[in-house]
Every structure is written in structure tokens, then in C-alpha cells.
Design a protein around this ligand. Structure first.
Ligand code: NAP
Ligand code: HSE
Length: 473
């Protein structure tokens, strides 16, 4: 059997033979790493294409994808049974020095040079934003090309439209890098855990806020100092709103919840609170109670519907998520068969994100090689209700500033009691005439807690309800 290295026919009849055949034939031919099997059509064997890749964007992620495809070209080709080749790259500024060796003429500022090129089989959208990314992805599907994207904004807003168009075109849409960067959590939920009823997905899915909270916790610095450090180190963007206000995590948990519960969850369904109100004293008190504070994305299925929320939360020090610090991400999943599992890694950055994108490119390419494109469509085949936040039941941490005098505690206890809120723990610290009162409740509906807080705020002895943070045990 003839073997060639990185030379292929431009056309092929891929698909007559499956992946097992590729493996068997490779073994029979005794191929070394990097050598590719060329199969002759005369003998009924299919010939393999070079699979053409068109990149939309060459920023942090695009450059990483190019590097991974170049560095591991032969390994990937051997595993796939066909080589991958970047044919065109769309950027805004074609003349910019990208600090990386690429063939002349690879860059273009004309989207049709990528989207209309017959040699491009897979379009990789790593430009970000909604428009024109959405139009380009739709144009790629219209041309029958598969799409890989890292764009959580696009998916969380237009997921249904994109999946419908992919299905119409019998093309694939892969999006692993859109959530938790290098952690392959989407494949785990869609494939490895497909035999489970997923009960809960809880994630630290924003590296910037995890870095800020870790700095506040480890060094006692305040939010603004930690944010400035995150910006100086290049973790947080110049405008950090999406990260610190929780919107980035909200998009990611919407995507994970949609997959976990087979029901389309959009950004509008997610209750969102950011970390800007977390103070060093909250972190200290949380520690006294045996907790750390993390920004969590939480998706849970209950008999009454799906809960989807992003907010800071007290996490018990012994919980695996409590140990996830710095810019790292982790996703904790509970399935009815598998039980509790956790996946940990880098949620952003050039190469970790590229790892996920290239995994998707290979998956899409494998479907082309085996002629099974368009079979891994949208998994949202149900329409489950989303529970309003007021119906959610959890425990709460509250920090109040109150006058330090007789009868104050009784009034506060009354406000809680009137609304069926039961206290589990209380700490009081006095500074002059004012006391800081810190409490953790038992489980209670959010509506009851809000009613109790409204009553507390009307008490003359309560100077302020300084913070309320949910407790996730
Ligand atoms: P980036 O560094 O800002 O790069 C964006 C690239 O897209 C640039 O090369 C830019 O061209 C090009 N581009 C943007 N708009 C364009 C337009 N209208 N026409 C042509 N080219 C355009 O972005 P990134 O950090 O790589 O992120 C890309 C995507 O990956 C985003 O959806 C992001 O949310 C997602 N993501 C990023 C990370 C991460 O760690 N960075 C992690 C997970 C997911 P020029 O270079 O010429 O300006
Ligand atoms: N800004 C995100 C984070 C990375 O800090 O995790 C891109 O999803």
C-alpha cells in the first residue's frame, strides 16, 4: 500500500469508509507518525482531501489556532487521516505585523475571500461580537461549510437561528471554546454524560473575576486594587464590565444550561449579579463561617423548572470549587448516574482556547472525512420553564450595620421571623456606637428573604443592609 506525506488529492469521495477502517488500514500499512494513508478509488478506497480551514479573525484565539495547527500538523493529520490547511484568514488590518510567520497572501480584509472559497471546508469564527460575525457564520452555512466558533455572545443570543441554519445546510456547528476555554465541558455534557440526567452544573467560568476574588482573599486588597492588577496583567479588558458585572459568565451558563437540560436558555433567562459589591470584610466574615466567596454560574433542574443564575456565592472551604483560584476555571457537574464530577483548567488565553477550537475543527473535519456532516445538531428539543429568582431557595449571608443598643437584635429577629427566615449563625462586631451584624440563614425562598430585608430596612436601628450574598452548600 502506498503512503505519502502531506500530499493529497484535491477531490475525494470521503465517507465510504469509517474511522475504524482508517485505523485498520493505517496499522496494516505500518505507517509512522505523520505519514498519511492515501487510498485508491480504483480499489474502492476513498481518497482524502486536504481539509481547508478559513479563519475569521487572527487575534489572541485566531493566532493560537494557527500555531496549534502548524505545531501539531502531522500528529493531527495522522489522527484525522487527512491534513488540515489554513487557506485564508480574515482580519481588519491586512498590513499589521502579527509576529508570526505566515505564507504571503494568507490575510484578507474581504470576507467573501474566505466564505466563497471552494477550498475552505470549515470556517472558524474567532473574531468575536455579534455583527458581522453572525452574518458571516450564516453565509458559511449557506455555502455548505461547517463552522467552529469561540463566540459565546453569538451563541447565547442567536444559538437557535445558527443551529437551524446549520441543519438546513447539513453542516456542523461546534462551539467548545465558547465556555471555559480549554476545558472540554461541552463535549462532556453532550457526549460523555449523555446517559445521565444532569441535575446541576455549577461553574467558576470567568477567569478575570476569579483572579480578582482570589487576590482579595489571599492579600486582603479591595476590589478596585485587584481589578487594576488584573488589567495590568492582561487578564481583564480595558472595559471590564462584562466580566465584573457577571454578563460573560451569564452567557456561558446559558450555553451550558441549554445543553445540560436540552432546553434553550438565553441570556435574558439568567439572573445576573456581579462582584463589584464584594468587600474585603465580606471575605473575612465568610472565612470565619468556613466559606470562600466565588462568582458562580449555577444551572439546576428542579421539578418546577430550570434555575439559571450568576452571582457571588459563599462556597464551603471543603468544596472542590473553593480550591479553584487565580484565573483558573472549573465546572462542577452532578449527573444521576455519574454523581459529582469536576473539570478544571484554563478558561482563556491563546493556546488553551486554541486547544478547544482545534478539537472542534478536527471533529468537524472527521465528519467531512466520514461523510456524516450535520448529524450533531442542536440538543434543545424541549422547552422547560425557567424559575423566577424569587422562587429560588437557598441560604443567605447578610451583613448589616446597626445601632449598638438594647432591643435592636429583637427587632431584627422579628423582621426575619415575620417572613419565615430562620437564622443559622450570627456574628456581632462592635465599633463605637455602631455594630456590624453578620448572619447566615437556613434555606429559604428568595421572595421571603427579600420581604425580610425590606422590613429590616424600615427599622430605625438598621443603618444599612450592607451586603447580601447567597450561600451554596
Ligand atoms: P481579538 O484578540 O480581539 O481578535 C479579533 C480578531 O478578529 C482580530 O484579528 C481582528 O482583526 C478580527 N476582526 C474583528 N472584527 C473584524 C471584522 N469586522 N472584520 C474582519 N476582522 C475582524 O479577540 P480574541 O480574544 O481572539 O477573541 C475572539 C473570540 O474568541 C471572541 O468571541 C471571544 O469571546 C472568544 N474567546 C476568547 C478567549 C480569549 O482568551 N481571548 C477565550 C475564549 C473565547 P485585526 O487583528 O485586524 O484587528
Ligand atoms: N473574559 C473571560 C474571562 C475570558 O475572564 O474568563 C473569555 O471568555
Amino acid at each position: 500500500m502506498e503512503t505519502v506525506k502531506n500530499e493529497y488529492d484535491a477531490e475525494g469521495e470521503a465517507g465510504q469508509r469509517g474511522a475504524y477502517t482508517v485505523v485498520r488500514e493505517r496499522r496494516a500499512a505500518n505507517l509512522k507518525s505523520g505519514e498519511i494513508l492515501q487510498r485508491s478509488p480504483k480499489k474502492g478506497r476513498c481518497r482524502l482531501h486536504t481539509i481547508g480551514i478559513g479563519l475569521l479573525g487572527f487575534g489572541t484565539v485566531g493566532r493560537g489556532v494557527y500555531r496549534v495547527l502548524a505545531n501539531n500538523r502531522e500528529t493531527i493529520a495522522s489522527r484525522l487521516g487527512a491534513p488540515l490547511e489554513v487557506k485564508k484568514v480574515l482580519v481588519r488590518d491586512v498590513g499589521m505585523d502579527r509576529g508570526i510567520d505566515v505564507p504571503p497572501g494568507l490575510f484578507t480584509a474581504d470576507p467573501s475571500a474566505v466564505l466563497e472559497d471552494e477550498a475552505v471546508n470549515i470556517v472558524v469564527e474567532v473574531m468575536g461580537g455579534i455583527e458581522p460575525a453572525r452574518q458571516y457564520v450564516l453565509a458559511a452555512f449557506a455555502k455548505g461549510k461547517s463552522v467552529v466558533t469561540a463566540n459565546k455572545d453569538l451563541l447565547a443570543l442567536h444559538g437557535r437561528e445558527l443551529f437551524d441554519k446549520a441543519l438546513d445546510s447539513r453542516a456542523d456547528l461546534y462551539f467548545e471554546a465558547s465556555v471555559a476555554g480549554g476545558i472540554p465541558i461541552i463535549k462532556i455534557l453532550k457526549e460523555a454524560f449523555t446517559g445521565n440526567r444532569i441535575e446541576q452544573v455549577t461553574g467558576i467560568i470567568n477567569g478575570t473575576t476569579n483572579y480578582i476574588l482570589s487576590q482579595m482573599s489571599d492579600y486582603g486588597v479591595d476590589f478596585h486594587t485587584a481589578l487594576q492588577e488584573a488589567q495590568a496583567k492582561g487578564f481583564a479588558e480595558a472595559d471590564p464590565t462584562n466580566d465584573v458585572e457577571g454578563f460573560d459568565a451569564a452567557r456561558k451558563i446559558a450555553i451550558l444550561a441549554s445543553i445540560a437540560f436540552n432546553s434553550r436558555i438565553t441570556l435574558d433567562d439568567v439572573y445576573v449579579e456581579g462582584i463589584a459589591k464584594v468587600k474585603p470584610e465580606d471575605i473575612r466574615y465568610a472565612r470565619e463561617f468556613g466559606y470562600v466567596i466565588k462568582l458562580l454560574g449555577i444551572a439546576r433542574e428542579t421539578a418546577a423548572g430550570v434555575e439559571v443564575r450568576v452571582h457571588p456565592a459563599l462556597v464551603p472551604c471543603g468544596h472542590p470549587l473553593a480550591a479553584v483560584s487565580d484565573v483558573f476555571n472549573a465546572v462542577f457537574v452532578r449527573g444521576d448516574a455519574v454523581g459529582e464530577t469536576m473539570f478544571y483548567g484554563r478558561g482563556a488565553g491563546e493556546l488553551p482556547t486554541a486547544s478547544a477550537v482545534v478539537g472542534d475543527i478536527v471533529a468537524a473535519a472527521r465528519n467531512i472525512v466520514n461523510n456524516v456532516r450535520g448529524l450533531t445538531g442542536c440538543t434543545c428539543f424541549e422547552a422547560k420553564p425557567v424559575r423566577p429568582m424569587t422562587a429560588v431557595e437557598t441560604r443567605y449571608y447578610l451583613r448589616l450595620r446597626v445601632l449598638d443598643k438594647a432591643g435592636v437584635l429583637a427587632g431584627i429577629a422579628g423582621a426575619f421571623g415575620n417572613n419565615d427566615v430562620s437564622l443559622a449563625a450570627v456574628i456581632q462586631k462592635t465599633t463605637g456606637a455602631v455594630a456590624e451584624l453578620v448572619m447566615v440563614t437556613h434555606r429559604v425562598r428568595e421572595a421571603n428573604l427579600r420581604a425580610a430585608v425590606a422590613e429590616l430596612e424600615r427599622l430605625p436601628a438598621v443603618e444599612t443592609v450592607a451586603n447580601i450574598i447567597r450561600v451554596e452548600d
